[in-house]
Design a protein around this ligand. Structure first.
Ligand SMILES: [Zn+2]
Ligand SMILES: [Zn+2]
Length: 600
């Protein structure tokens, strides 16, 4: 359900700001959205970018700052882009729109499908009504074969050659034969409205956790393929590289960039990356720009290229995706702003939300619980809440071993998001933890061993993942949430180390520093506080000599290793044979159960 307060505040505020206030100011009685103060810089080719949307078609629905910054849904985005396209026509310039992948996993609109459905199948029917010129595949399209197949069979054909999977194939059966084919198209050559020639690719980093019967060729091998060499032989007006890789020089983008530069030293190259969920910009040379535009429909990236004699002037901007931003940059408000198509899409989101029962309320959270805005020891920490309250309360209730003392251990990565004060819905449950891992236990763990498990886990990390990523790693193969978290931490540390920073009139939000000239953020903010997160968390130790040690199935290997290390051969090693299922509950339904038990 779209909260009327956010929308109303947005619309009213947009009108009010347009007429009177041109600077951000604090808004006491409700969600406040600060307005931009600088018009967009238009060039000859202008490109709107989204990435890592992960199902957030309805935007962010909560009132706690900075969530209202991101309260625009994709219906409003559709209206916004349609007004910008009209402006582009007036200005006699081109406007394109691209997406860098990860359309699945992270919101009920994709993940909340009924039994027998496919993740994202319905939501993407709405998503593809946005006027994208090029979309690229992300790793979250590839964890499950049925999702990858849905992209191949139902999504890619609707994009008519513009769903680009340059280095990603799928094996499918056709006329009794198994064939290995690109999920979408390897590349696209097209002309803009004004007749400029574009050659576009859609590249994924060398992702290794993909499902069986999908294959990813490394970008380094891809650029050696004859189809790639043929595709870049002819010089376009712009190489448009859209893909699911971080844009930092430590990513695989330079491999693709250099392959093109070897043939075309001067042709403009626009790169649109993703996967690490941050706002970022670099220029690999003066005739190219690389942009990454955040996550979860929070950010719209804007890039402009102006051709000036033999130079190309690039600009970039990170727009907070909300009605105030849209009204400011189009000069349109209320009914003048909302197009019929935009309103239809918004209605479609609501219909889908109803069909998936996403506004079903488990309970009402009495306060905000934050993932990293407070220390883990805080009573406002969602990590603390999860380990010390949610797991013991729900798992014991649902287990036949509920009366045996137990300690509960999880990796903090199973929680993806904050829990905000107010209604806790089925959609919120998908947002806070979409993972389907189960819970397992080992019995008869001594108090002295249990007391050390979490500390030891935090010292040793996750061996299985470390092993996976130990060879030939790129920045993209690191955990994207680590990269995102480090980015937030950097904002918070810089803010605190510059005591002269004026906080007056600034709302919470992203504070981007990147390697491109000028200010990137469309609206200046002060950063959200950020505290480090231990990789593993545990409940309180029960006051007993022996107990069950209950853990998320995902960390089983690490837990067994650590128990055996602590025991140091003094007792027989615990093995997989000692591990048993603890409950029928999975990670993605404990919060809902807790809310219905404690918050209703
Ligand atoms: Zn992502
Ligand atoms: Zn990704």
């Amino acid at each position: 359900m779209l909260p009327a307060t956010v929308l109303l505040a947005g619309w009213l505020l947009a009108d009010c700001l347009a007429h009177e206030h041109q600077v951000p100011f604090r808004y006491q009685d409700g969600p406040f959205i600060a307005a931009p103060t600088r018009p967009l810089v238009w060039g000859d080719i202008n490109i709107i970018h989204t990435t890592d949307t992960h199902g957030w078609l309805s935007g962010h629905l909560k009132d706690t700052a900075p969530e209202p910054n991101y309260s625009g849904d994709i219906g409003m985005l559709s209206s916004f882009v349609s007004h910008l396209k009209a402006e582009a026509e007036e200005r006699n310039v081109d406007l394109l729109m691209v997406d860098s992948g990860d359309l699945h996993d992270g919101n009920g609109l994709t993940d909340g499908f009924p039994v027998g459905g496919i993740d994202g199948h319905e939501a993407l029917k709405l998503f593809r009504r946005l006027p994208y010129d090029v979309m690229a595949i992300g790793n979250h399209e590839l964890y499950k074969y049925e999702v990858a197949y849905d992209m191949y069979k139902n999504f890619a054909p609707k994009l008519h050659g513009r769903y680009l999977t340059s280095n990603v194939n799928i094996t499918v059966e056709e006329s009794g034969q198994l064939i290995n084919v690109p999920i979408g198209d390897r590349f696209s050559k097209f002309q803009t409205r004004l007749g400029r020639n574009i050659t576009a690719f859609g590249v994924l980093f060398d992702f290794q956790l993909n499902s069986i019967n999908t294959t990813i060729q490394s970008p380094a091998d891809m650029v050696q393929e004859s189809w790639f060499k043929d595709a870049i032989a002819e010089e376009p007006d712009l190489f448009l590289l859209v893909g699911h890789m971080a844009i930092q020089p430590g990513s695989r983008w330079p491999v693709v960039f250099e392959a093109i530069r070897a043939v075309h030293p001067l042709t403009p190259i626009a790169i649109f990356g993703g996967h690490t969920h941050i706002r970022d910009c670099v220029q690999l040379d003066s005739r190219s720009m690389s942009l990454e535009s955040g996550q979860f429909m929070e950010t719209l990236g804007w890039m402009s290229l102006k051709f000036e004699s033999d130079q190309v002037a690039f600009t970039r901007r990170y727009l907070d995706a909300n009605m105030v931003t849209y009204a400011y940059h189009t000069g349109k408000h209320g009914e003048d702003f909302h197009t019929k198509e935009g309103k239809d899409i918004t209605t479609g989101i609501q219909t889908l939300s109803n069909a998936f029962n996403l506004s079903y309320q488990f309970g009402i959270a009495p306060q905000d619980y934050f993932k990293q805005r407070v220390p883990t020891s805080s009573s406002s920490s969602v990590i603390n809440l999860f380990a010390s309250q949610v797991l013991p309360t729900t798992l014991k209730l649902s287990s036949t071993r509920g009366d045996i003392p137990a300690m509960f251990v999880a990796n903090s990565g199973v929680l993806r998001y904050d829990v905000f004060k107010g209604s806790f819905t089925r959609n919120d449950q998908y947002i806070v933890s979409p993972f389907q891992n189960t819970f397992e236990y080992v019995q008869n763990i001594s108090r002295s061993v249990a007391a050390q498990v979490v500390d030891e886990l935090n010292r040793s990390g996750l061996p299985s993942l470390e092993k996976l990523y130990s060879e030939n790693t790129s920045i993209d193969q690191a955990d994207p949430f680590e990269v995102y978290s480090r980015w937030l931490q950097g904002q918070w540390e810089r803010w605190n180390s510059e005591p002269s920073s004026s906080t007056e009139n600034l709302t919470l939000g992203y504070v981007t520093t990147d390697a491109c000239p000028g200010a990137g953020d469309d609206v200046p903010h002060q950063p959200v506080p950020h505290y480090p997160l231990p990789p593993f968390i545990g409940s309180d130790l029960p006051n007993t000599d022996y107990m069950d040690l209950v853990f998320v199935s995902f960390i089983r290997d690490s837990v067994l290793i650590v128990i055996n290390e602590i025991n140091a051969g003094n007792v027989p090693n615990v093995t997989d044979a000692d591990v048993k299922p603890y409950t029928q509950l999975a990670v993605d339904n404990v919060f809902g159960l807790y809310a219905s038990m404690v918050w209703s």
